[in-house]
Ligand binder design. Structure first.
Ligand code: HEM
Length: 512
């Protein structure tokens, strides 16, 4: 089957960077019937429309509590993944693995902490058009259907995140043309082209498998609204062309970040910038630290610029001398293949080294073995900034109150546990990442001590001679203040959910 772009919500394909105004509504369903009516007529934007041709976009996603509140039978909800059903904040064990402890603990969140929301509506618009677009979408039906739990406005920071670094540079390339073979061959080298099934349900993933999702008997889809399941003849696929959406509100302490670096650098602007860049793993302009500075510096705002800025792996920096192992981008995507690179020739794994590694004889491969293959742990990032842009100098100088600032982090994927939770838990929060003993992501990690009491508030910079230099006493720069796991259905699935036979559902819906 070909990919039905007109059935997929546009955010999977487009970041809508030209639509610089955006606002996200975190909702609870107050009246299920009105919510269903609103959903069945909501002008949800599909991926078939070119990003440059649209001036307004609306996207919708529901939590498992939201599906329940809408009247979806429990038996159907149970076929979604367990982490989606459980939710982001309901389980103490999950919170610990995600680093949602201490100042990040769900009990301190502004939304999503004690009760999960039901829905999120993402609105995007061209400059000057958001107010009108919001009015169009939030008519009388909306007011009856939903109670608003949180309004998340965003700020256009012109391609920078609030600390001042170019963002949105690296994204996986999705195999929209379905050119990749759909089986799990060992892939020795890093590739950015990823199976569609890693991001959309109903297609094969990097293991050559279909991710589990709700499949229905045709009798449960009497109006023939859903697509047939490709891997299960006779079944209808509620997941196909849908994706999971992770939303986290991450508050950034921009003043704390730049003041810390400024103090450690004794007020030297070049030194404080270099220290901050080592923690990110890219320069503020977006150039990878393993690359050296090309002139002119590629423009992260253009596709060609982003391609140039992403044409690297860490194979040529095996000791982490140029880009530290603990840097945010090296943790979040180590850019490795399935076999460790021991050839020293920039990521090309030779036949002999491949054989030695497979047989377990290659001692030099041990370090590479410490990090799992990248291709199983990618995610599409679609976050937007909020609050106030502040240049480093202003952040250091300004002693007054500032507006709360940060990132409404959004990522899409077909498997929350293998993608978002693995990256967040093992790579960002994991204190024993890639041979590092007791430190978490210097930019976004929490600073909770280990269970034996060892501190984790440090960042190692490997040195040519001797032990790594350590920057200690890192404050926590980023805190979690809200979040939830959502399912972003296909357009067909959304219509199906909105028109299910709800004879057993009472309305209005209470708290679930
Ligand atoms: C406020 C919090 C965060 C800030 C300020 C931040 C900042 C950045 C910056 C500046 C980049 C480099 C630009 C780019 O490649 O697009 C980046 C890349 C990235 N970040 Fe974050 N980030 C944050 C949170 C997170 C979280 C929570 C995750 C994952 C759970 C994450 C995953 C990634 C990934 C996967 C990349 C791309 C790495 C690559 O492919 O090279 N980030 N981030």
């Amino acid at each position: 089957m070909a990919v039905e772009l007109d059935d997929i919500q546009g955010l999977v394909r487009h970041a809508y960077a030209r639509l610089t105004e955006a606002c996200f509504y975190v909702l609870r369903i107050a009246d299920a019937q009105a919510a269903r009516r609103w959903l069945s007529s909501a002008p949800v934007t599909s991926a078939a429309l070119a990003a440059k041709s649209v001036r307004e976009v609306l996207q919708v996603a529901l939590t498992s509590d939201g599906l329940r509140a809408l009247g979806v039978p429990q038996s159907l909800i149970e076929e979604f993944s367990s982490e989606f059903i459980g939710g982001m904040s309901a389980d103490a064990n999950r919170s610990r693995r995600l680093g949602d402890v201490g100042p990040n603990a769900p009990e301190n969140w502004k939304w999503g902490g004690s009760t999960a929301p039901h829905m999120v509506v993402l609105l995007y618009a061209a400059p000057g058009r958001l107010t009108e677009w919001t009015q169009t979408v939030t008519g009388p039906e909306w007011t009856t259907a939903f109670s608003v739990e949180a309004v998340l406005p965003t700020t256009d920071m012109k391609g920078l995140e609030p600390f001042g670094f170019a963002d949105g540079i690296s994204q996986p390339e999705l195999d929209w043309q379905l050119t990749l073979p759909s089986h799990d061959h060992t892939q020795p080298e890093y590739s950015n082209l990823i199976e569609l099934g890693e991001f959309l349900l109903g297609y094969t993933n990097e293991y050559g498998r279909f991710t589990e999702r709700p499949l229905l008997d045709p009798a449960d889809d009497p109006h023939d609204q859903l697509a047939p399941a490709e891997d299960a003849p006779g079944k209808r696929d509620l997941g196909r062309n849908g994706s999971y959406l992770v939303l986290r509100q991450l508050r950034q302490d921009v003043q704390g970040f730049w003041r810390f670096h400024d103090t450690r650098a004794n007020g030297d602007p070049a030194a404080r910038k270099a220290m901050a860049e080592a923690m990110v793993g890219r320069t503020m302009a977006g150039v990878s630290l393993v690359e050296g500075a090309p002139t002119p510096s590629p423009d992260p705002g253009t596709k060609a610029g982003r391609e140039q800025l992403n044409a690297f792996t860490y194979a040529g920096d095996p000791e982490g001398m140029r880009c530290p192992f603990g840097a945010h981008v090296r943790r979040a995507n180590p850019r490795n293949g399935d076999l460790p690179d021991t050839s020293g020739n920039g990521g090309k794994v030779g036949l002999l080294s491949r054989l030695l590694t497979t047989l377990g004889f290659d001692a030099a491969a041990l370090r590479g073995d410490l990090v799992a293959s990248s291709r199983f742990h990618r995610m599409l990032r679609r976050g937007r900034e909020y609050g106030q842009s502040l240049l480093p100098e202003a952040a250091i100088a300004d002693k007054g109150e500032t507006v709360e600032t940060g990132l409404h982090f959004i990522c899409l994927g077909a498997n929350i546990s293998r993608q978002f939770e693995f990256i967040q838990g093992a790579w960002i929060t994991g204190a024993k990442f890639n041979g590092l003993a007791a430190e978490r992501d210097p930019l976004v990690g929490d600073r909770q001590p280990l269970s034996d009491g060892s501190e984790t508030d440090r960042f190692s910079l490997p040195q040519a001679e001797g032990a790594a230099c350590q920057i200690a006493g890192l404050p926590q720069f980023v805190s979690v203040v809200g979040g939830a796991y959502f399912f972003m259905p296909s357009l067909r699935a959304l219509r199906f959910l909105a028109t299910l036979d709800h004879s057993n559902t009472s309305s209005p819906v209470g708290s679930t």
